[in-house]
Ligand binder design. Structure first.
Ligand code: NAP
Ligand code: MG
Length: 404
């Protein structure tokens, strides 16, 4: 069989632990036999980040900017214990944080749905994609534990010396204080990434804040979205028959639960943190959650939403059989290949990505799955647990038939 050709390389960001093992299996079994795979390889595994003083992460993000599309394996974000385990000279920052800072993007997370695993919310029929603003607010806040009575003020001093000052609270006892911020530029990129992704995936976009209570902070988010929508995206949305819908966050939560899914839900940073865990759990499993970082100027980085699955890796190292779910990592590859195919006008490559995903879904619908999923299968369906390589080989069998 002639291999499917590519034009531009994908930026390949390898990672750590169990997902690094899966990465190689996916390439060997599902990609290399069928695609003349062109990648520019960056090893973001912790040993290489240590060796290069994390330069490799920065280089990979710049390559993502240069070529437009990257596929990333899960990576360890070092903590104290990892510094010892890997003998690190520094507690290197989260690669995802570094990449996000360079690309200035928004993260979109969508679940993979299959017939035999029913969402906990009965009426959800289509995926709900969460778009989380990954900058500022409470994640970059300054906090103070008020020890005794006193006056708290909000003070802003402009570059020209002008001042804004307002009393937050006259404390008659101890309490707590928090100062948070966001930037117009970041809110604007967030909005553009969301509108762009809605167009890319032909889905409605919902956005919600608490602007009735937060009359300046959240109001700014609301107005920024509306302004950018009206000026830059409304025409295209109308043409495509998709909708931008704004509501209050509490109303949005109620509507999401009553909906059948099939839209993008843009969330401020904290809302996105909380709601994405709720949505992914209600849909089934973190191992079935895809994730893509989209920058406002149209760069894409595809990955799985889960981590490096450390517990399975330690078992793997002891020679034990592991049944780690590779679905989200396979979808990171198929998403990246499809996008590359779109950008380079390679219909064959796009079709390959579709068939690879179909082969995955067929395998699961045939009841062949990893252990984590078997426990979630609804009554009336049968499922058999296989190990990771067994699962990948079952996908390969089905993929070969589709490509023949
Ligand atoms: P994790 O790797 O997502 O795993 C947490 C648990 O979820 C696993 O122990 C496993 O449960 C289950 N799980 C997750 N993915 C699975 C899969 N594909 N197949 C089957 N089960 C799966 O999170 P973590 O243990 O908190 O973090 C491990 C490392 O990953 C950390 O070093 C962290 O820094 C890193 N991390 C990286 C990223 C990223 O690169 N995007 C994201 C999150 C975490 P059972 O053990 O019960 O089977
Ligand atoms: Mg969270």
């Amino acid at each position: 069989m002639k291999k499917i050709q590519m034009k531009t390389p994908l930026v390949e960001m390898d990672g750590d632990e169990m997902t690094r093992i899966l990465w190689q299996m996916i390439k060997d079994e599902l990609l290399l036999p069928f695609v003349d795979l062109k990648t520019e390889y960056y090893d973001l595994g912790l040993p290489e980040r240590e060796r290069t003083k994390d330069q490799v992460t920065i280089d990979s993000a710049n390559a993502n900017k240069k070529y437009g599309v990257a596929v990333k394996c899960a990576t360890i974000t070092p903590n104290k214990q990892r510094v010892e385990e890997y003998n690190l000279t520094e507690m290197w920052k989260s690669p995802n944080g570094t990449i996000r800072a360079i690309l200035d993007g928004t993260v979109f997370r969508a679940p993979i749905l299959i017939d035999s695993i029913k969402p906990a919310v009965r009426n959800w029929k289509k995926p709900i994609t969460i778009a989380r603003h990954a900058y500022g607010d409470v994640y970059k806040s300054t906090e103070y534990r008020v020890p005794y009575p006193g006056k708290a003020e909000l003070l802003f001093t402009a570059e020209n010396g002008e001042q804004f000052r307002e009393t937050i609270y006259d404390f008659e006892c101890g309490g707590v204080l928090q100062g948070q911020y966001n930037k117009d530029s970041s809110i604007e990129s967030f909005a553009r990434s969301c509108f762009q992704y809605a167009i890319d995936t032909k889905q409605d976009l919902w956005f919600a804040t608490k602007d009735t209570i937060s009359k300046k902070y959240d109001q700014t988010f609301k107005l920024t979205f509306q302004d950018i929508f009206d000026k830059e995206y409304k025409e295209k949305f109308d043409e495509m028959g998709i909708e931008y819908f704004y509501t209050l966050i509490d109303d949005a939560v109620a509507r999401v639960i009553r909906s059948e899914g099939g839209y993008i839900w843009a969330c401020k940073n904290y809302d996105g943190d909380v709601m994405s865990d709720m949505v992914s759990t209600a849909f089934g499993s973190l191992a079935m959650m895809t994730s893509v970082l989209v920058s406002p100027d149209g760069n894409y980085e595809y990955e799985a939403a889960h981590g490096t699955v450390t517990r399975h890796y330690y078992r793997y190292l002891k020679g034990e059989d592991t049944s780690t779910n590779p679905m989200a990592t396979i979808y990171a590859w198929s998403g990246a290949l499809r996008k590359r195919g779109e950008l380079d006008e390679l219909p064959e490559l796009q079709a390959f990505a579709d068939k690879l995903e179909e082969a995955c879904i067929d395998t699961l619908n045939d009841g062949i799955m990893t252990k984590d999923l078997v426990g979630l299968v609804s009554e009336g369906y049968t499922a058999t647990a296989v190990n990771s390589i067994g699962f990948i080989k079952a996908i390969r069998e089905r993929l070969e038939k589709k490509l023949a």
